[in-house]
Design a protein around this ligand. Structure first.
Ligand code: CAA
Length: 247
């Protein structure tokens, strides 16, 4: 396939780096955003080059902040070029029961997980439509599909992402741009490993395939959705959760 430029937000994290790796292996130039951990950028770039990505570029950006996203987009355009594939992957959790949830805990999660989708997509969607080709993939969660004890903020943000997906998919379909949601289940990443061991074990027992997912399994699905072959898939919410939620 022809080389495209793919931007993955939060691409230094456990899931993000696996997504970057798969897109790099598919022959795309890879760009990531990172917040503060500049120390990991050199290692990430080396890893991407080892995977065969034609180029790898990292731009500092707070995806929850509009001005930061606008500056990042300008930097990416001047340093790398136009973005053809956008993966809105950056996200955080701040789990607590609703009874204990603070306004700050609500606000930070909604701004980072959901406002970010507007802030980043807005920078690149018009360009994709003008060029007549684009792929926008929003990384949500099984818990945006089914809800989860302790995740009113996170589940609301992830369910909101798919409302955005379906609406933008309708607006962009005639322009050659697809917009999809991927809803992963529990993966072997720091986000899940940071949970209380006993809660995590209880959850694994409820997953029909009886294991956590691998980040690479999500990366592979995203690389497919980003490919030419996936041009007829738009507005979908693709579950990849080991059977934890089915509908
Ligand atoms: N299910 C049922 N009851 C629960 C519960 C649960 N998961 N968690 C807590 N409770 C109970 C408590 O035992 C307590 O009961 P009593 O009042 O009878 O003593 C009551 O609910 C109130 O609990 P608290 O407000 O004190 O909550 P807590 O501090 O004990 O636990 C929590 C809160 C840590 C968020 C816990 O609910 C939890 O770990 N939930 C799971 C969160 C989760 O799945 N996170 C996923 C992170 S990874 C991710 O999100 C990636 C992805 O996309 C999948």
């Amino acid at each position: 396939m022809s080389q495209k430029t793919a931007l993955v937000t939060g691409g230094l994290g456990g899931l993000g780096s696996a997504i970057c790796e798969r897109l790099g292996r598919a022959g795309h130039a890879v760009v990531t955003t990172y917040t503060s951990d500049k120390g990991r950028v050199a290692q990430w770039r080396e890893h991407m080059q080892g995977c065969g990505a034609p180029s790898a570029y990292a731009a500092q950006c707070d995806v929850s902040d509009w001005d930061s996203c606008a500056a990042m987009a300008e930097e990416v355009r001047s340093q790398v070029g136009e973005v053809d594939i956008l993966v809105n992957n950056a996200g955080i959790t701040q789990d607590s029961s609703f009874k204990k949830m603070s306004h700050e805990g609500w606000d930070q999660v909604l701004r980072t997980n959901l406002d970010s989708v507007f802030n980043v997509t807005k920078q690149f969607a018009d360009g994709m439509a003008e060029r007549g080709w684009g792929r926008i993939i929003n990384v949500a969660s099984v818990n945006g599909r089914k809800g989860q004890f302790g995740q009113c903020n996170y589940a609301a943000s992830k369910a909101g992402m798919h409302g955005f997906t379906m609406s933008l998919a309708r607006e962009m379909a005639r322009k050659g741009v697809t917009v999809n949601t991927v809803s992963p289940g529990y993966l072997a990443t720091d986000m899940v490993m940071d949970m209380k061991e006993e809660v995590r074990q209880q959850i694994i027992e409820t997953i029909p395939v009886q294991r956590l997912g691998e980040p690479d399994e999500i990366g592979s699905l995203i690389a497919y959705l980003a490919s030419e072959d996936a041009g007829f898939i738009t507005g979908a919410n693709v579950d990849i959760n080991g059977g934890l939620h089915m509908e």
